[in-house]
Design a binder for this molecule. Structure first.
Ligand SMILES: [Zn+2]
Length: 64
């Protein structure tokens, strides 16, 4: 049986939710993304997590 003995801190990132000011810790597995097309027709990939405090998206995370 595989056991989790802790998180490698170098793989855990922190961000502040601008909506509810929660400090969040997340790992790569929690990051979701979508493609965003701007008015000029360029596309960007937006990386985000869902804040567990307020449910809003916290965007502009570091791209991994
Ligand atoms: Zn929040």
């Amino acid at each position: 049986m595989v056991q989790i003995i802790g998180k490698d801190e170098t793989q855990v990132h922190e961000v502040t939710c601008r909506n509810c000011a929660s400090r969040l810790r997340y790992t790569r597995s929690e990051v979701q993304s979508f493609r965003h097309t701007d008015y000029g027709g360029g596309t960007d990939t937006i990386y985000y997590i869902a804040c567990p405090g307020c449910g809003k998206q916290v965007q502009n995370l570091k791209a991994h």
